[in-house]
Design a protein around this ligand. Structure first.
Ligand code: NAP
Length: 277
């Protein structure tokens, strides 16, 4: 990559952000597409977010990926919000055009794309479960419901937050108990619990969902990708489930951002080659 006065810039804002795989994914895409673009990581404290985003727009950046803890505030700062952003109240994508800021959310679509491309899974008519009620879980609930899931069961440590997440899709999503996930076609584990368990520590199953009760005939996705296989995913696989970590969702949500900002078809194989695993 050679930078020039014509180089277009995009990036990711978050805190912390230095561990992010997004620069590897986006820069690999620009290289494969032959674009004079570059993508950087920006560590931005919450108090500086509005200044940073308006500064990025003023500098003519093409877009920003948004990660923790800025997704809600980024949605609030935008001049235009996609329907998903309006419902979620959170954005993972900001696009800049003629000084205006547009907010999108590619997390849910990224999850659906990975389920489709990697596993051939279509949520239409299926029974799905989501563990967690934070930003990622809410995006999953909305995306699965909008893709036609017959039912989305939401299980969370704090039931009130699960209830609120389920209210994103009235008539399809509902608060559920852990053992109800045993009959689901797809279970999406959307809490960070698999990242938190220390080396050699006995894992606490997220929201009381025992993966030994999941298994054959089920797809289990853990949105965590570091470690590549959480204890939860390993147990679900051991008991016969088809399992998948969160790297595919990460790659596909980035690919959707590449398409949005550059107008080009994202080079998925180059993006996959850029990330570990
Ligand atoms: P978040 O908004 O902070 O929400 C976290 C959720 O997990 C909350 O519902 C919380 O429960 C629950 N939780 C936290 N610690 C827990 C524990 N030890 N046991 C059980 N439940 C716990 O986080 P998020 O943005 O949704 O992210 C969740 C995970 O998804 C993170 O690991 C993140 O890295 C991953 N993620 C992956 C992708 C991807 O592309 N693969 C995209 C986004 C996020 P309470 O409601 O009870 O507090």
């Amino acid at each position: 990559m050679s930078l020039s006065a014509r180089t277009e810039l995009a990036g990711v804002i978050g805190s912390p952000v230095r561990h992010s795989l997004s620069p590897l994914l986006h820069n690999a895409a620009y290289r494969a597409l032959g674009l004079d673009w570059a993508y950087l990581a920006f560590e931005v404290a919450p108090a500086d977010l509005a200044t940073a985003v308006r500064g990025a727009a003023a500098l003519g950046l093409r877009g920003l990926s948004v990660t923790m803890p800025h997704k809600d505030e980024a949605a609030a700062l935008a001049d235009r919000r996609s329907p998903a952003v309006r419902r979620l109240g959170a954005a993972n994508t900001l696009s800049f055009s003629k000084g205006a800021i547009a907010a999108d959310s590619t997390d849910g679509a990224g999850l659906l794309a990975d389920l489709s491309v990697s596993l051939g899974f279509d949520p239409a008519g299926s029974r799905c479960g989501v563990i967690g009620a934070g930003g990622a879980a809410r995006a999953a609930v909305l995306a699965l419901a909008e893709a036609g899931a017959a039912e989305v069961l939401v299980v969370n440590r704090t039931p009130l937050r699960a209830f609120r997440a389920a209210s994103l899709a009235p008539g399809v999503a509902r608060l559920a108990k852990p053992d109800e996930l045993e009959g689901a076609d797809l279970v999406v584990q959307a809490t960070p619990s698999g990242m938190l368990a220390g080396e050699g520590e006995e894992p606490g199953w997220p929201a009381g969902v025992d993966p030994a009760r999941l298994g054959s005939g089920q797809i289990v996705v853990d949105l965590v990708y570091e470690p590549a296989e959480t204890a939860f995913l390993r147990e679900a696989r051991r008991f016969g489930a088809v399992t998948r970590n969160g790297l595919g969702m990460l790659v596909h949500q980035a690919a959707l951002q590449v398409a949005l900002w550059t107008g080009e078809r994202p080079p998925l194989s180059a993006m996959w080659e850029a990330v570990p695993g």
